[in-house]
Ligand binder design. Sequence first.
Ligand code: GLA
Length: 351
Amino acid sequence: MVNKRFSDVFGCEPLAQADAPGRVNLLGEHTDYNDGFVLPTAISQRTRVQIAPSPDADYHLYAARLDEHVRYTPGTALPTGFARYVLGCIALLREMGHTTDPLAIHVDSDVPIGAGLSSSAALEVAVLRALRVWRALPLDDVALAQIAQQAEIQYAHVNCGIMDQMASSLADSGHMLFLDTRSLAYQLLPLPADADLLVIDSGIPRSLANSAYNQRREECEQAAQLLGVKALRDVDSLDALSGLPELLQRRARHVVTENARVLAAAEGVSAMQFGQLMNASHASLRDDFAVSIPELDELVALLQQHPQVLGARLTGAGFGGACVALVERGAASRVAGEVLAAYSGPGRVLV
Ligand code: GLA
């Protein structure tokens, strides 16, 4: 497919541009909407957004990877697809008083879509960065992530936490972002030493909006309410959970133990210990939080059995998508080849 550049599509050069990465979460899954702790890192794949004034009164959007054009007349219903994320960000800026004349917008990306690597957060953050450059908006990276999260919630109708947008806005691929999702205090920490990351897609697509994500969120809120705390982040002993109904007890146990795993990892542990925390995280996501699927369990088990793998778990919301493994330095392609040969599904290496 021809990759059409901005000038091919719009007949002029862009006047501002920015990009933002996807992310892979290493530890701290389903903790962000419980005010807890997360530990994602940026991946090398990025989304780039270029903009210039529109030649007329409409917005003109083009997504190079999808080869999709969208024309949008202000005041009409927002389109679906990639344009909704872009226009959602612009609408939020307008509500904050940052108006802009209609734009021509070119989007290009190599972040895998639907694999749990936050392609939507990368798009939102890249759009907002491009607009920040274009209009010299006084927004820091945290404020920008908060607007991106609102675009996801209010316009894509996904009731997500703030991990993905914070990771895209603040992380780099040489560090992991240790984030307290309650205070938004963060630190960039070194990745586990002498190890590499490997991300493999299960080949089973996931859709957050249609998944049990919102149900899990409600279960957590219910558990917090029964325990009389603001959020499950405020529970620090498993003993406190004993009075909860069985199902809520398991959901809450995942959140409490997962927060503890992130805090342990952030203290600075060996790659081997980090891998063990990842293995425990997968078991907890599978058994207590019930967000895994047989294909992810199979892939994760194959990874965990490999002698050069230090640890592996599903990554992202679950219900399909990818898993992440910590492997011995230099071993990623060998591990991937052997694991994919044994996997019964159509897996592929993403990172
Ligand atoms: C999705 C959401 C995040 C987070 C993860 C699960 O990626 O967008 O906010 O809740 O699921 O950890």
